[in-house]
Design a protein around this ligand. Structure first.
Ligand code: AFP
Length: 332
């Protein structure tokens, strides 16, 4: 068996490619990996632990029923970033406001992290893949002070790194620092992440479409026409595409990244600005999609160019294989 490259070795070997200090990147990824391992253990034993499975009994800021694991994952990541000392503040999908860390060491840090601790958490009770999505920015506020809202409200094109940890049939970390996308698989025996998917490229086209078709009657004519095209034999494959919708964006995205496909969540009357969160879901996945040769738009403009005005802003999302996104937007 050839020698595997660990995440740590990969970062060290590729340090010349990073647009910021390797030690900061190592520390940040170390913090993410640490928390991910805690969450992974909880997920693996979810059905056995009372404090893990099921609803928390309250709604989050999005008005959605919070799962116990949403809260556990949120706490695990916050603790890890707080103790790691390279992050001056965070914003999480689960919390109304952002958090500016008080410690002097944190205030001396250069980065903020925005994250969705557990995307697809309503799938946990039925043992379906879920994931953590994260987005890293250089702070705007002066080093040595507390993080500000301005640090959090940066356009996606300012991200210095983004990624996700997918808790699927295996646990994977996929990330980019703006120089391609690489995927690492957790070896449960050694507890280490190893490079398993080097330089990931999203196929230009595919034959999978992911959309909640229960909302079909609310879609605009252009999108309905695109879906009819997907379901017809006049598309480029000569036969209907396959519909694949897990209901965990991170898992749907990961599959389409590898196999080629498009994921669409448009604005609908029940979610007039779209359902997905710009800062915690759309921006990080858009960065990864573009880095892998794919495309991400809100149906009109590039996701990464949207200037956010609020922490929990929603957006419509068309993301995936470049030619499929263009076709869905009516560009070709
Ligand atoms: P949860 O994290 O609350 O399960 O939401 C998941 C999600 O944001 C995204 O991962 C899914 O693709 C999308 O919602 C599913 O939404 P619908 O149930 O409206 O299709």
């Amino acid at each position: 068996m050839p020698k595997l490259t660990s995440l740590k070795e990969f970062i060290t070997e590729n340090q010349k490619d990073f647009n910021y200090s390797t030690s900061d990147l190592s520390c940040l990824l170390r913090d993410i990996v640490l928390a991910a391992k805690v969450v992974n253990q909880d997920i693996q034993r979810a059905g056995l632990l009372d404090h893990v499975l099921g609803a928390q009994g309250v709604e989050n800021i999005q008005g959605e029923a919070q799962q116990k694991l949403d809260v556990l994952a949120d706490q695990a990541f916050i603790k890890s970033f707080l103790e790691g000392g390279v992050v001056c503040g965070i914003a999480s999908e689960e919390n109304e406001d952002f958090l500016a860390f008080d410690a002097t060491s944190s205030q001396a840090a250069n980065y903020v992290v925005l994250f969705d601790p557990l995307d697809g958490s309503s799938n946990i009770d039925v043992n379906v893949s879920v994931g953590t999505i994260f987005s890293i920015y250089r702070r705007i506020s002066p080093v040595g002070t507390k993080a500000t809202l301005e640090d959090m409200l940066q356009a996606g094109n300012k991200q210095v790194a983004a990624g996700y940890v997918l808790f699927g049939s295996s646990t994977m970390l996929v990330y980019t620092t703006g120089n391609g996308v690489n995927g690492f698989t957790l070896d449960p025996i050694s507890g280490e992440f190893f490079l398993s998917h080097a330089n990931m490229q999203m196929p230009l086209n595919g034959r999978l479409y992911s959309v909640n078709e229960g909302n079909l009657n609310d879609f605009d004519p252009q999108l309905r026409a695109y879906l009819a095209y997907c379901q017809s034999d006049v598309n480029q494959t000569g036969k209907p595409y396959s519909g694949r919708y897990i209901g965990s964006l991170v898992a749907d995205f990961h599959r389409n990244l590898i196999k080629g496909g498009v994921y669409i969540y448009p604005a609908v009357p029940s979610a007039p600005k779209g359902r997905l969160r710009l800062l915690y879901e759309c921006n990080p996945l858009a960065f990864i999609a573009e880095q892998a040769g794919g495309l991400a738009t809100d149906g009109n403009q590039r996701i990464l160019d949207i200037e956010p005005t609020e922490l929990h802003q929603r957006a419509a999302l068309y993301i995936g294989s470049k030619e499929m996104v263009e076709k869905a937007m009516g560009l070709v």
